[in-house]
Write a protein that binds this ligand. Structure first.
Ligand SMILES: *Cc1c(COP(=O)(O)O)cnc(C)c1O
Length: 283
């Protein structure tokens, strides 16, 4: 398939590069203004399949879902009809995310049942692009210069992106996932189920959830604002803000051996920030 979007650059993060380690960031957020980040990579095989078989895509998400908006934008770009299923009753006022996906042509359906629309005309994309196909797509992120690093750090939701990176990585690397969920200790197993590479070292850290999925604290917001002031890079409250706080904290705690070359993955997806009151973030 033709490469639709810009190649993501790697940028140094000088203010975290101290105490014997260097920190860089792969800017997956820069590939496209809406189809930003890891979601595109997880989607690409599904989109290819839909184009090839002339099928429609059906997928699932929440009202501030990065996955839903990335799917809507990618399907608009490639002219693939798409339905988005949202659990629950229609809200009195649509969120900014839902307004935008509808504008991009997604057929949005609210449902209180667990019944999944089926039919031959649909390709089912699991919530968040989770699964083997998603991990295969996510593994392609590795080609943007990931081989030169001792540690690759990513945010973890379903773990699909982390699994893809582990599968692509070489044996000398360590892949560290920062969980965005509170006490979700089944993640290790879920990631394991997607692995084809059992050589590369990996670790999921569970101490940086800041209260739980999509929860945030003043400390996190302050860190994200400080990070933006020094780097001009926007982070999000759900995933990358927590991941970069973790990197900062882990460096202070000497988690990384001296000489470590750390690559952080900016997985994009700033939808969650729209749920904040105006003015809380500088960007
Ligand atoms: C969805 C998302 C993740 C989590 O990816 P998984 O593959 O589900 O672990 C990480 N970062 C951002 C910005 C996301 O939108």
């Amino acid at each position: 398939m033709k490469i639709a979007f810009a190649e993501p650059p790697i940028e140094p993060i000088p203010f975290l590069s101290k105490d014997g380690v260097t920190v860089n960031m792969l800017r997956l957020d820069s590939i496209h203004p809406i189809v930003s980040g890891n979601k595109w990579y997880k989607l690409q095989h599904y989109i290819e399949e839909a184009l090839f078989a002339k099928k429609k895509i059906i997928t699932y998400g929440g009202v501030w879902s990065n996955h839903l908006i990335a799917t809507a934008a990618a399907c608009q770009y490639f002219d693939v009809p798409v339905t988005g299923i949202i659990k629950g009753s229609p809200p009195r006022k649509l969120t900014a995310t839902l307004t935008q996906v509808k504008r991009m042509g997604m057929n949005v359906i609210f449902t209180n049942t667990d019944a999944v629309p089926t039919g031959n005309e649909f390709i089912q994309v699991p919530m968040g692009g989770h699964g083997i196909q998603g991990a295969l797509g996510a593994a392609t992120i590795y080609k943007y210069g990931c081989t030169d690093y001792t540690h690759i750090i990513c945010a973890v939701g379903s773990g699909t992106t982390m699994a893809g990176l582990i599968n692509a990585a070489h044996a000398g690397q360590v892949i560290v996932g920062i969980s965005a969920l509170k006490n979700c200790f089944s993640l290790e197993q879920e990631i394991e189920a997607l692995l084809t590479n059992t050589v590369t070292k990996k670790e999921v850290l569970h101490d940086y959830h800041f209260g739980g999925f999509a929860r945030h604290t003043p400390q996190l917001i302050e860190f994200m604002n400080d990070f933006y002031k020094t780097t001009s890079i926007p982070l999000d409250i759900v995933y990358t803000g927590k991941m970069m706080y973790a990197v900062y904290d882990l460096i202070t705690k000497k988690y990384f051996p001296t000489g470590s070359r750390i690559l952080t993955i900016h997985s994009g997806g700033l939808q969650g920030n729209q749920s904040l009151d105006k003015g809380m973030l500088l960007f």
